[in-house]
Design a protein around this ligand. Structure first.
Ligand SMILES: C[S@@+](CC[C@H](N)C(=O)[O-])C[C@H]1O[C@@H](n2cnc3c(N)ncnc32)[C@H](O)[C@@H]1O
Length: 291
């Protein structure tokens, strides 16, 4: 996909005002495809119109005592954390179009409870995606935590789903196929196998310069966001991510020709810097994106 020059401030052509609920919206930064706000997501979401976004992707703080900056408290009582999550989840559901998709990335301890809450609000469960990445350290008397949960819901029957195929896995050394497909191998699609709900191929982001030098934004892999956005949107659709971090969702949406609305409570300098960079720190993958 060709890289595109981004424009800051008044030159950018994305108009966020049609998505306002009451009064003018004041983004800090715009590109041709998106608008970025700085502030508390609950307040900013409250200013967005009903049923205007096609996909919500949320990767909130996990309440594990991480330091994001001076404004975010990532060490709350469990009930307080869950109540806070309920407040922005309710706003996201209100803003989501009928048939739109809602992805929630968190540790299993919270997603099992938040997923139940989302179903109580009438969302339709589609998948619990297991993202196989080790986190934390092994603890005595506990299993070694090695996956995140990516919940996938739709608001009523989903309106968009595009399939993704992953190449048939081969051994790095002998180049032979890793799995034995038995008598079915010759009937398999040469483009690869349907993406499963267990993702073992999402790389941890260690290399990106902002992860260590600016603030620890917990950047996700662009591969994960490319999957989410491809599965659930068409070109021109609007993606909302209330927890910008390093701006992975916005960078991928921009590169894939989707519009986006984003925000973060801490400084968004890191996102603006990323969005102003021509390569957008986007890494092509071997996924086959079917249309
Ligand atoms: C886990 S990080 C998101 C990382 C992001 N997905 C990425 O790939 O870079 C969570 C982010 O939420 C932000 N945050 C926490 N509380 C917030 C709030 N109430 N409103 C907006 N942003 C908030 C934090 O500052 C942090 O950058």
């Amino acid at each position: 996909m060709p890289t595109k020059k981004l424009f800051q401030g008044h030159d950018a052509s994305f108009d966020v005002q049609p998505f306002s609920r009451n009064g003018p919206l004041k983004p800090l930064f715009c590109t041709d495809h998106g608008a970025l706000f700085e502030g508390d997501c609950v307040k900013i979401l409250g200013k967005l119109a009903d049923e205007c976004v096609d996909t919500v992707f949320a990767d909130p703080p996990f309440n594990i005592g991480k330091e994001y900056g001076t404004k975010v408290n990532d060490n709350r009582e469990s009930t307080e954390y869950l109540e806070w999550c309920h407040s922005w989840i309710l706003e996201c559901i209100r803003i989501l179009k009928p048939g739109g998709s809602f992805f929630l990335y968190n540790i299993p301890k919270w997603n099992i409870q938040l997923g139940n809450f989302m179903m109580e609000q009438g969302l339709h469960f589609r998948d619990w995606i297991t993202v196989d990445i080790k986190f934390g350290l092994p603890l005595a008397g506990r299993l070694y935590p090695s996956h995140y949960s990516l919940l996938y819901y739709s608001k009523g029957r989903h309106k968009t789903f595009h399939n993704i195929r992953t190449p048939i896995q081969t051994c790095r050394h002998c180049k032979g196929e890793v799995k034995d497909y038995g008598g079915h191998r010759d009937k398999m699609n040469p483009k690869g196998v349907n993406l499963t709900d267990v993702w073992t191929d999402i790389p941890p982001v260690r290399h990106w310069k902002f992860k260590t030098t600016k603030r620890k934004a917990n950047a996700l892999s662009t591969k994960l966001l490319q999957r989410v956005i491809h599965m659930s949107t068409d070109a021109g659709d609007l993606v909302l991510d209330p927890f910008g971090g390093s701006g992975t969702t916005y960078a991928v949406a921009e590169r894939m020709g989707r519009r986006w609305i984003g925000m973060d409570m801490e400084s968004t300098d890191v996102i603006i810097e990323r969005m102003s960079d021509d390569d957008l720190h986007y890494h092509p993958t071997t996924d086959v994106l079917e249309v």
